[in-house]
Each structure stands twice: as C-alpha cells, then as structure tokens.
Ligand binder design. Structure first.
Ligand code: PGA
Length: 253
C-alpha cells in the first residue's frame, strides 16, 4: 500500500519570523500527525536552510518549490538539485502551473529537472493539470497524459518508484473551487494507467497527489479516492491548524 503524503507549498509567502512561527506550531503539535502519513513543507528557497535547522530531528520532510534544469556551472541565479540535497531537502516540486504559465517555464525543461532531481537522490513532485478551457473542450485527460509523458521521458524503471505526481487542475488552484471527487479519480486513474504503460508494476508504487483548494473540510473525501495518495496544499498550508487537520485526513482515508 502506498503511504499518504501531504506536502505544503508555501509559494512566495512569509519571512523569517513567519517560518519560525509556522514550523514552531507544526512541531509543537506534531503528535497530531498520524505516523502513517508523510508530511512535507516547501518554504521559499532562501528559508530552506533555516527550515532544515528548525525541523532537524522531526519526521517532517523538506521540499523546494523549483530547481535548475542544469547540473552546475555558469547559470546565474539558478539553484541545482545537488545544492538542494546539500541543504537537507528530500523533495522538489517541478512544473507547477504557476511556473508554467506566470513564469513562462517551458515544458521541455521538466524532463531534465526530474532527471537531475532523481540523480541527486531527491524525489520530484511533478505537477500536471489542465486549464478550464482545456477541460471545457474535453481535453483534460489528453493534456494531463501528455504533460506526464513529457516530464517522465528520462525516468528509468529503477527510479520510477521515487517519482511523485501531483494532479493540479489549473482552475482549482487558489480559487476555492475544488475538482469533484469523480473528476479527481478519473484523472488520477488515467495518470496511473499512463504510469503503468511506461513503468509496469513500478507504477503502483508511485504516489499521485491531488492539489487545488484542498482544505480540512474536503481533504478526507479526496484522500479516500482509490488513486489519490495525498495532497499538494497551497493556501491552507500557511495556517498550522488547517494544515495539521489536512494531514490528519490522510489517516485511514
Ligand atoms: P491551493 O494551491 O491549495 O492554494 O489551491 C495548490 C498548489 O498550487 O499547489
């Protein structure tokens, strides 16, 4: 059985004081996190080292929100996968829709990023998802399938089990609108099938998270779906009580 994973994507929010307060609150109430649920936080890049220090000795995992598509060298401003490993990260989000659309990140980079993240010994959390127009045109499954195949192009069957996929319909991110359980399960089952075709039995070990306006109030229903292995949480991960309640929803879901 796949272990549930709940990952908080803080995006470009917070400052040093906020990092201390939020991680302090999560640590103080870590007894509320069921041992069978893996929990990760992904603070902004500049706070990763501080977060690592604050989380040391706890079960919380640390993730980055982005990574360079290059291994090392003259790439001003880029942070490499091995640097993220060096400061204590275990996970890296790749291909978030905000990076695809607002920051013009090209799909062609994602396969390289995922390859380098795996090579560095980290787990990529690769985001896929359709826009509202694509869903209305009946293209949701096709778009997600194509994005997934493009991202995993360089993943070997031996590395496949370390991959994490996040289905994040663009129209549900930060909008308060969550995809219905039927919509979520349909896409997750399709993604699982694509992974089976690509990686065989290893596909059953790959976590597929749902992201897009997950809250304590809807998490349990979503996490209970057969192909949903947890969530990638944006806004609700910035409030300790709400995030912990979402983590709790991973138990027996
Ligand atoms: P949201 O963001 O939970 O605020 O909708 C999810 C995400 O972008 O990962």
């Amino acid at each position: 059985m796949r272990q549930k994973l709940v990952a908080g994507n803080w995006k470009s929010n917070g400052n040093s004081q906020f990092v201390e307060q939020l991680l302090g609150a999560l640590k103080a109430h870590s007894d509320q996190v069921p041992s069978e649920v893996e929990v990760a936080v992904c603070p902004p890049l500049v706070y990763l080292a501080k977060a690592e220090e604050l989380l040391r000795g706890t079960a919380f995992l640390l993730g980055a929100q982005n990574v360079s598509a290059f291994e090392e060298g003259a790439y001003t401003g880029e942070v490499t996968a091995s640097m993220l490993k060096d400061v204590g990260c275990q996970l890296v989000i790749v291909g978030h829709s905000e990076r695809r659309s607002l920051l013009s990140e090209a799909e062609a980079q994602f396969a390289d990023k995922i390859r380098l993240v795996l090579q560095a010994g980290l787990q990529p959390v690769y985001c896929v998802g359709e826009t509202l127009e694509q869903r209305r045109r009946g293209e949701a499954l096709k778009v997600c399938r194509e994005q997934l195949l493009a991202g995993v192009a360089a993943v070997t069957p031996e590395d496949a089990s370390r991959l994490v996929v996040a289905y994040e319909p663009v129209w549900a991110i930060g909008t308060g609108e969550t995809a219905s359980p039927e919509q979520v399960q349909e896409v997750h089952a399709c993604l699982r099938q694509v992974l089976r075709e690509r990686f065989g039995e290893q596909a059953d070990l790959i976590k597929i998270l749902y992201g897009g306006s997950v809250k304590a109030a809807n998490a349990r229903e979503l996490f209970a779906l057969p192909d949903v292995d947890g969530g990638l949480i944006g806004g609700a991960s910035l409030v300790a009580e709400e995030f912990l309640a979402i983590c709790k929803a991973g138990i027996n879901a």
